[in-house]
Ligand binder design. Sequence first.
Ligand code: ZN
Ligand code: ZN
Ligand code: ZN
Length: 178
Amino acid sequence: MATVKNSVEEAGQKRFGPAWLRSLVGATFYTPCPTHLGVPKNECNHYCVDCIDEEGTTTIFCSICFSGHTDHHHVLQIRRSSYHEVVRVVELETVVDISLVQTYVINGDKVVFLNARPMALGHGTKCVGPAGTCLECGRALIDATFQFCSLGCKINCVARVLYAYVCVRSTPGRELVF
Ligand SMILES: [Zn+2]
Ligand SMILES: [Zn+2]
Ligand SMILES: [Zn+2]
């Protein structure tokens, strides 16, 4: 059964990105950089795709630390829109498949949200248009070509589907639970 699990994980990683991606969507940004305390522009709003160690510890750093990663690494700049983290599509699309994730134009840049945003009570169901809702969190989408409101929702959904697939394959006769 390990082979099935491994091959599914491999397939999942190939298609939806490695450990740095799963860390990216759960990470906390905009905290002061420990190396540059008290220095202006020391918010940790950069994320290095290549600097991740074997334990999955990722590298989040400020704009002053940035120079140490420019020559050999792919660095994402995390921006904020109404206190929610967004990343420009041009920075992300070369390192991860962001198809089906709703894009927004904010300050002239096409961006995606990293994570689901909390919804006001009842808002999600009241404001659902023809575009439908996010498959993962239920937020209303603005364009029918998308299925997820954020990169995090896509990754979480894919992870559950892959996990369910592994469970079904390893215990024949059990129902597929999503
Ligand atoms: Zn780096
Ligand atoms: Zn720093
Ligand atoms: Zn969502």
